[in-house]
Write a protein that binds this ligand. Structure first.
Ligand SMILES: [Zn+2]
Ligand SMILES: [Zn+2]
Length: 493
């Protein structure tokens, strides 16, 4: 019932579903809200810098997105969804590039599915020629698509063999800093147990007649933290002692489970598609925007491109979008951006998975990309046209908006153009950006949208439409900045 009611509010599109990410100290350490695709693009920069093939980057985008959807909220007790380190996925916002944005965008909304659920899409830098079992890297995880298997691709991409030599004192110091036990007269390491893929699982540290057993992964993390992550790169090694030093000879980098980035890069270079790559590293899973494996089909219009899984049904939506593009551009006198993209989802669940929005939200717009609930759903509520018009207005407004322009002004301007002939009942006092962004309370959201619209309409009455439109590009005049709204600080997008 709520959904039926609220779908009539074709608004709630820009802010609600963002992922809360705690950035690393190097990035300022703040918790920021990011749309899913922005998060995926940041993860590509943080985690996939060794990739250069488009198909490998697309495969990584699907893996990173699936990981995000599957594990969302793992830090919820601390007040955010993911941290920005390799504990979750490393994110680098400063290195963002149009290329990564565009390549990730080509797979927008696509996830890796297994038995109707998003898969546990872990990935590793270099498996060294043999992937690790998912259950060995994550005790308790049982996933048939993460069984250990041969990887002929990464060895073909060049040397993944490495050597690391360290003194027993340096290793002891690293263990001490991680508060791990070791023999007082530490001299020697032996591998007492290996996983099915041949990786070290348990080590025995010995010396002076004393022995201490330790898990190989705890040992590797301790070395990484103190000695650097480029030293003991994986658990796939042999070790021997010589002259108070320990000599590690190994291959690969990282835990070795799931997609191997070096192998994926090689597959891409050899002309394999991102679907081939994902099928190879996660056998038995399905790539698609739904668990049924539906695929996007592109329908090209004059000013918009539409992606749909039901081209026959959705062709008419494209025609409507073309018509509204012209109407809103004429009405606002704002130019149409060159690459408007509309994705029409086949069902409500798919829309929710892809955007993170609650089901009562009709659409979501990020940049020049509009995500729409199924056309049949919107049509049955009688809001298809209204939604298209509203989202296209958003695309135009956002493509022109000055940096730091408050949410209420952007939403209000969109609402003003949409309803400029209607009188709103809402009081034109202040509007809180937080009310526009939250996704818990539809009623509060609806009121906030109406207030934002009313407020912008008042400004147009007072200053004229031309002046208000000018603020869109240049920013609000000083006299409005302080009084206009919102005790909530502008969050980073
Ligand atoms: Zn984390
Ligand atoms: Zn590999």
């Amino acid at each position: 019932m709520i959904r039926a009611l609220i779908l009539a509010l074709a608004g709630m599109s820009l802010w609600a579903a963002d992922f809360k990410i705690r950035l690393t100290a190097a990035d300022g350490g703040a918790v920021v809200s990011l749309p899913l695709e922005k998060y995926v693009a940041g993860v590509l920069v943080g985690e996939a810098s060794i990739l250069s093939s488009d198909e490998a980057i697309k495969a990584m985008a699907v893996a990173a997105r699936t990981y995000a959807v599957r594990l969302r909220g793992r830090h919820s007790l601390e007040g955010f969804d993911f941290c920005g380190t390799t504990h979750c996925q490393r994110i680098d916002l400063r290195g963002a590039s149009k290329r990564f944005d565009a390549i990730a965008g080509e797979t927008a909304g696509e996830l890796l599915w297994f038995e109707g659920k998003p898969a546990f899409a872990c990935y590793t830098r270099d498996c060294g020629g043999f992937t690790e079992d998912g259950g060995a890297a994550w005790p308790g995880l049982s996933a048939s698509y993460l069984k250990s298997h041969n990887d002929p691709y990464c060895p073909r991409s060049g040397a993944s063999a490495w050597n690391w030599v360290a003194t027993t004192e340096a290793i002891a110091e690293a263990l001490r800093q991680s508060q791990l036990r070791f023999p007082a007269q530490f001299e020697q390491i032996t591998i007492s147990e290996r996983s099915a893929s041949g990786r070290a699982r348990t080590l025995v540290l010995s010396g002076g007649g004393e022995t201490v057993a330790i898990s190989a992964s705890s040992f590797r993390f301790a070395m990484g933290r103190t000695e650097g992550w480029n030293t003991l790169r994986s658990d796939r090694y042999e070790v021997r002692a010589a002259n108070h030093r320990l000599i590690f000879q190994g291959t690969g980098a990282g835990h070795g489970a799931g997609l191997c980035q070096l192998g994926a890069e090689q597959m891409g270079r050899e002309g394999r598609s991102y679907r081939d790559i994902l099928t190879f590293y996660y056998p038995g899973t399905m790539v698609g925007i739904t668990g049924r494996g539906l695929r996007w089909v592109r329908l090209g219009g004059e000013s918009t491109a539409m992606f749909t899984t039901q081209p026959d049904q959705d062709h008419s939506v494209l025609a409507e979008a073309e018509r509204f593009s012209r109407i809103v551009s004429e009405r606002t006198k704002l130019p149409l951006p060159v690459s408007i993209e509309i994705r029409v989802y086949p069902d409500v669940d798919t829309f929710r998975n892809a955007t993170g929005e609650p089901g009562w939200v009709a659409a979501r717009t990020t940049g020049t990309r509009i995500h729409l609930q199924p056309a049949a759903v919107l049509r049955s509520r009688g809001v298809l046209e209204e939604t298209l018009a509203h989202e296209l207005l958003h695309v135009l407004v956002e493509s022109q908006a000055a940096r730091g322009l408050p949410v209420w002004f952007r939403e209000g301007l969109t609402g003003y153009f949409e309803h400029s002939s209607e009188a709103s009942q809402a009081a034109a006092t202040s509007v809180d950006d937080a009310d526009l962004r939250q996704q818990e309370d539809p009623t509060r959201a609806r009121l906030a949208y109406a207030q934002a619209t009313r407020r912008v309409a008042d400004l147009v009455n007072r200053y004229g439409e031309g002046a208000v439109l000018g603020w869109l590009k240049r920013g609000l005049p000083a006299e409005l900045k302080n009084t206009a709204s919102s005790h909530a600080p502008m969050k980073s997008r």
